[in-house]
Design a protein around this ligand. Structure first.
Ligand SMILES: Cc1ncc(C[n+]2csc(CCOP(=O)(O)OP(=O)(O)O)c2C)c(N)n1
Length: 514
């Protein structure tokens, strides 16, 4: 259980069982962010417990991220005692189930104390059924004294729900035939390929049908859906309508798997699809299918659909039209060092089974291009774009995957939104390496200013902001380094440590695409 407690939650935490661990987040955004990372990296529902109205309020940005990430979370929150709710005693959440809307799949406050276990079971099932996401239960603090029916609890504990839906075989056969008959089909790989366990099937399909593969638009986007060092991989789609259809020009069948169509960001208008192209989306999320502005959709489990599609089409002798991506650039020799050079050096020492959690907006594309991560469950970025995911999720991912090393690559601006996650990393011995890229500005917002033709916006510079002393205050060993060589030495040492470490590198300002 992740959480931050208050008086309304103490009765729930009484006689906390030995076979549970409580991971304290010093602010609710951190508690939810850790739970999000843990849920995604473990594939299981994570429980996060929040403090009545103000705790839920603090957590809202992180709940927004968890929803975008399709992270299965049971979110519980305390509530005033039932007999004091109507007179609205202090800390009453006056509309507890409305507050987390529209960010949760279901929000509920049981009408009777005896229904609390059933309400928990219901929320857990909501969270884990597709599309996975957060579900919320509010519990009046005096409910924990109520007697429950042991037989009913035994029934609840014995339950399981499985929501993996197989696609209609006829639809898959027809798609297989269309794929084989297409002249220049292309695969667009989204985050639910990885989350559904469809990574190998996606690779096998691309190889069998000789499909060039693009990743869905970034920055943002969530997990990777395809190995980025694979010869079929062609790069990352740009994040706007016009540029996406320009990039996909010449393709006659666009197969989008495990994603919305598309996670666009800046408003750069243009045709939704290139001339002569058809689009088919495979998603387990009816909402993603419903809101797509073009194309057809199959709503079913992504991994099951990929496996069925693989069976439905034969080997193609189609030529792969383009060369594989060029090797990554090393980056300029500059002072301060460029993010490209920092990430190029990092790629040399990044362990083959390492995991990266990213929240470095102006350097995300450089990171992708330098690392070309090619293993499943190895890359996490907030799909929603709300800052505060990075540090907290990195701790949660590390707790879920103790045998792998987690590196959190983070901008010094982004780090502030969940900075107290450093304390949780130290307190629970999560040996995350935090690699802070300090450029003393909100670089991506300066880049956006150009796109949006905004001049003179205030609040885009971050002078004298360093994470090193702050990290020490939270119990994390931290050092500032300068240049490639010092960075490599410090990160290598951090990767060998048994506790969290923070390495901050001063980098050149600006936006870095490679
Ligand atoms: C909760 C939240 N608040 C504000 C923003 C807007 N925002 C997007 S990127 C960014 C700057 C991040 O700064 P930093 O981590 O230093 O990265 P850089 O852009 O310099 O690479 C901000 C403030 C956001 N995405 N989420």
């Amino acid at each position: 259980m992740f959480g931050n407690p208050g008086s309304t939650e103490l009765p729930m935490l009484a006689e906390f069982p030995d076979d549970f661990i409580y991971y304290l987040g010093l602010q609710e955004a951190v508690a939810v962010g850790m739970a999000d990372g843990y849920a995604q990296a473990s594939g299981r529902v994570a429980h996060v417990n929040l403090h009545t109205a103000p705790g839920v309020g603090n957590a809202m940005g992180a709940i927004f991220n968890a929803q975008a990430n399709h992270a299965p979370l049971l979110i519980s929150a305390g509530q005033q005692a039932r007999e004091l709710v109507t007179l609205q005693a202090n800390l009453t959440n006056r509309d507890a189930t409305r507050m987390p809307h529209p960010l949760v799949k279901n929000a509920f406050e049981p009408p009777r104390a005896a229904d609390v276990p059933l309400a928990f079971g219901r929320a857990i099932n909501f969270a884990s059924l597709p599309p996975k996401g957060p579900a919320f239960v509010s519990i009046p603090m005096d409910d924990w004294d109520a007697e429950v029916d042991d037989a009913a609890i035994a029934q609840l504990l014995a339950r399981s729900v499985d929501g993996r839906a197989a696609p209609d075989p006829k639809t898959v056969l027809a798609l297989g035939e269309r794929l084989a008959a297409a002249t220049r089909p292309v695969l667009i790989a989204g985050p639910d390929i990885d989350a559904s366990g469809g990574w190998e099937a996606a690779v096998a399909l691309a190889e069998k049908q000789r499909l060039p593969v693009f990743a869905i638009p970034a920055p943002g986007g969530g997990r990777l859906g395809f190995p980025e060092g694979h010869p079929n991989f062609r790069g990352i789609l740009p994040p706007a309508i016009g540029p996406v259809s320009e990039t996909l020009a010449g393709h006659d069948l666009i197969l989008v798997v495990g994603s919305s169509v598309f996670p666009y960001y800046p408003n750069i208008p243009g045709p939704l699809l290139p001339e002569g192209a058809a689009l088919v989306q495979i998603t387990s999320d009816p909402d993603e299918a419903s809101r797509a502005p073009m194309g057809e959709a199959i709503v079913a489990d992504v991994a099951l659909t990929l496996a069925a599609l693989l069976d439905a089409c034969g080997d193609s002798d189609r030529e792969l039209p383009n060369e594989a991506l060029p090797p990554p650039a090393a980056g300029e020799d500059a002072d301060p060092v460029t993010p490209t050079a920092v990430l190029n050096a990092f790629a040399e020492i990044f362990p083959s089974d390492g995991i990266v959690v990213v929240e470095a907006p102006s350097a995300t594309l450089a990171l992708r291009n330098q690392l070309r991560i090619s293993a499943p469950a190895s890359y996490y970025i907030g799909a929603g774009g709300g800052l505060g995911f990075g540090l907290a999720a990195a701790v949660g991912v590390q707790l879920a995957q103790p045998q792998r090393r987690v590196v959190c690559v983070v901008g010094e601006g982004s780090a502030q939104y969940a900075i107290t996650a450093l304390w949780s990393a130290a307190a629970y011995g999560a040996p995350v390496t935090f690699l802070v890229l300090r450029n003393s500005e909100y670089a991506i917002l300066k880049w956006f200013s150009q796109i949006e033709q905004v001049e003179g916006a205030p609040g885009l510079d971050l002078p004298a902001l360093s994470c090193v002393d702050v990290a020490k205050g939270y119990g994390v060993d931290a050092r500032e380094v300068s240049g490639r060589d010092e960075e490599v030495e410090a990160v290598r040492e951090a990767l060998g440590a048994e506790e969290p470490r923070l390495v901050e590198v001063e980098v050149a300002p600006g936006m870095w695409l490679f």
